[in-house]
Design a binder for this molecule. Structure first.
Ligand SMILES: CC(C)(COP(=O)(O)OP(=O)(O)OC[C@H]1O[C@@H](n2cnc3c(N)ncnc32)[C@H](O)[C@@H]1OP(=O)(O)O)[C@@H](O)C(=O)NCCC(=O)NCCS
Length: 168
């Protein structure tokens, strides 16, 4: 399927909540998106991405917010969400790839994600431990992943500091 991607506008907030409520078992992720949007230290305009089907239905969502590795800025990817009836059709991948490209154009380099170890490697993510980066909580190594958008740039080592809304 072909997906049209674009960053969110104010008119998309309710739909983004719907997508997250539909994709996850609880409202945790939908609430997290709204808490992140309300935090100017975390929210980066232009890094909340949507994938839309040809008929205009907003279907997929990927969010990148500001986190740090020790004191160095990085991006946290998540939540990523796709309407259940449209999963595995490329909407999630389209939103993630578009967001990664926007991040690269904004001069960002390091992106971190905690999630499915079978899914994120297709975008180039590898275990964060390989970069000397670790999360501030215990998790199996393969679930905490990192991607350097420009492999020629140095990557900071240290402990990830998430925006307060993540509650970690
Ligand atoms: C995970 C999610 C965002 C992926 O988006 P998507 O549009 O469904 O996935 P895409 O079409 O881009 O990619 C499809 C591929 O991803 C794989 N995939 C999809 N969901 C997966 C999952 N939960 N775990 C592992 N792989 C998954 C599929 O097997 C498929 O692989 P293939 O290309 O080898 O056949 C979406 O399925 C979703 O919202 N899931 C529920 C919420 C969730 O788990 N969010 C992520 C939290 S880390």
């Amino acid at each position: 399927m072909d997906w049209i991607t674009r960053s969110e506008t104010d008119a998309d907030h309710a739909r983004i909540r719907e997508i997250n409520l539909a994709a996850f078992p609880t409202s945790h992720e939908a609430d997290l998106v709204e808490a992140l949007r309300a935090d100017p230290a975390a929210w980066l305009p232009g890094l909340s991405w949507l994938a839309q089907s040809a008929d205009g239905t907003l279907t997929g969502f990927a969010l990148f917010t500001r986190c740090h590795v020790d004191d160095a800025p990085a991006l946290a990817l998540g939540p990523c969400a796709v309407l259940p009836e449209a999963q595995r059709l490329g909407a999630g991948g389209a939103a993630i790839r578009a967001g990664l490209e926007a991040a690269r154009e904004m001069g960002e380099n390091l992106v971190l994600v905690l999630g499915h170890a079978e899914y994120y490697p297709r975008f180039g993510f590898t275990p964060a431990s390989g970069f000397g980066i670790r999360p501030p909580f215990e998790v199996e190594d393969r679930y905490m992943m990192a991607l350097a958008l420009d492999p020629t740039r140095p990557v900071p080592k240290g402990v990830i500091r998430y925006p307060a809304a993540f509650g970690v």
